[in-house]
Design a protein around this ligand. Structure first.
Ligand code: PLP
Length: 472
């Protein structure tokens, strides 16, 4: 499908007008029938607000039920109080630091809290910012890596050297975007056998004098597993000893940077590792805020080249900002601060532990059915991937995904990347709000479907690409 190229339907459908229910008219029901607005052109005149509201509302009824969406990592439930705060702040523009100094202050406090949570050596001097999500945060972190490399290599760049970034083939699409947009070679380590993410040895082997950094993911969107950040750092320490190359690591903690600090306190993956120069997370994933808010932090000002930081007016002074956008909503940042305040460490731990318990329990029960083989068990991110057992020949993961959809459950099925294109999986993301009760209902639905799936003569999905739903 091309990018928003107007109506995709036939010319006749294009001309069809929206259908106004005669009851919608404020006073005169006939108005509703004569004022039907066009779909793809700006209407000539206005509609009463109730009619406009109802038209938009009715069309959106066919969007899925977000709580049954087990494909997304993004928050689909918040407390009513958070919703009220967000509504109170919907007119606030994050960039107007001068006009909304308290919103700016709450952003600053969130950065300080995250610096401490991620064990920055000196939390007060760590630098960071809010973004629209992890994608923007990764762009900013990648830009900082590239700029630091190009300053170190000013004699060779841009004349001859081409910068590269080393990462696993399982990276989220934002890293491919970063490399494409900013002309950096993506050096992707393929999957191998039962290794579905980056390993330390392969990462170090791909580094050379043009490597701007290594991206380690906590955790992988493909199967919810954590990449071995400490091992990757150790391999790069050894590389530096051997060759003198000093390669920084960025941790893409879109999900895991808000899980591991609460559930895996012994896992060393953050600024405690001197080689980790920056970390991002999605406030709208396990940060537990509605979309879109993300965070990017650098261990100290030395990791963030000054010239990338712009200044905006703040109470008559200068407020530094690092962002791709200019205007963006302040409500999400306020909601993040609310959630930090509301839950604290203990609250976050309980919420994430509940999600992990649901994921583990669900994975075990799916394994016990006998038709499936688990790829991961939900014990890192509260996320697990599974495939059909080797002796299952009558259906495949795409059939399961399609049939679950009939019950309202969105569970993506997709094929793994190089070199495991032979492996197709289903993935379940357990989030706050996907309760043990909902998990029971999910299992009941899956159990009800299985006899029919087993009776299929063969898998029904011919076009596997078409069947693959959105899974990042
Ligand atoms: C979701 C995700 C991203 C992109 O984050 P957005 O907040 O959706 O922009 C990047 N990396 C990883 C590992 C992710 O899970």
């Amino acid at each position: 499908m091309p990018l928003h190229q107007g109506p995709q339907a036939s010319p006749a459908a294009h001309e069809r007008r929206l259908a106004l229910n005669p009851f919608f008219g404020e006073a005169n029901p006939v108005g509703g029938m004569t004022e039907a607005p066009p779909r793809h052109r700006l209407p000539d005149g206005p509609l009463p607000p109730m009619s406009a509201y109802q038209l938009v509302h009715d069309e959106l009824m066919l969007d899925g039920n977000s709580r049954l969406n087990l494909a997304t990592f993004v928050t689909t439930w918040m407390e009513p109080q958070a919703g009220v705060l967000m509504a109170e702040c919907r007119d606030k523009n994050m960039i107007d630091k001068d006009e909304y100094p308290r919103t700016a202050e709450l952003e600053r406090r969130c950065v300080a809290m995250l610096a401490q949570l991620w064990n920055a050596p000196d939390p007060d001097s760590a630098v960071g910012c809010s973004t629209t999500g992890s994608s923007e945060a990764c762009m900013l972190a990648g830009l900082a890596l590239k700029r630091r490399w190009s300053k170190r290599n000013a004699d060779r760049y841009p004349a001859s050297a081409r910068p590269n970034l080393v990462m696993g083939v399982n990276v989220q699409v934002c890293w491919e975007k970063f490399c494409e947009f900013w002309e950096v070679e993506a050096r992707l380590v393929p999957m191998e056998g039962d290794r579905f993410h980056l390993d330390a040895e392969s990462a170090a082997a791909l580094c050379d004098e043009n490597t701007i950094g290594v991206v380690a993911i906590l955790g992988s969107t493909f199967d919810g597993s954590y990449e071995p950040v400490a091992e990757i750092c150790a391999a790069l320490d050894a590389l530096q000893e051997r060759t003198g190359l000093d390669i920084p690591v960025h941790v893409d903690g879109a999900s895991g940077a808000m899980v591991a600090p609460f559930l895996d306190e012994d896992l060393v993956w953050d600024f405690r590792l001197p080689r980790v120069s920056s970390i991002n997370t999605s406030g709208h994933k396990y940060g537990l805020v509605y979309p879109g808010v993300g965070w990017a932090l650098w261990r100290s000002p030395a990791e963030l080249p000054e010239e990338l930081v712009f200044r905006v007016n703040y109470l008559g002074g200068d407020m530094p900002t690092f962002a791709l956008n200019f205007s963006r909503p302040g409500a999400q940042v306020v909601a993040q601060y609310y959630t930090f305040l509301r839950l604290g460490r203990e609250g976050y731990r309980t919420v994430q532990q509940t999600a992990r318990d649901v994921a583990r329990g669900l994975a075990e029960r799916i394994e016990a059915m006998g038709d499936f083989r688990l790829i991961t068990r939900g014990d890192q991110l509260p996320v697990f991937a599974f495939t059909t057992a080797p002796d299952v020949t009558s259906f495949d993961v795409f059939d399961v995904s399609r049939r679950l959809r009939e019950q309202g459950w969105l569970v993506p099925a997709y094929t793994f990347p190089a070199h495991r294109e032979d492996l197709s999986v289903l993935r379940v993301v357990c989030r706050n709000g996907f309760s043990a009760d909902l998990a029971d209902l999910f299992i009941e639905d899956l159990k009800r479907l299985l006899p029919e799936l087993r009776r299929q003569p063969r898998p029904f999905t011919h076009d596997k690409d078409a069947a693959t739903s959105f899974h990042h």
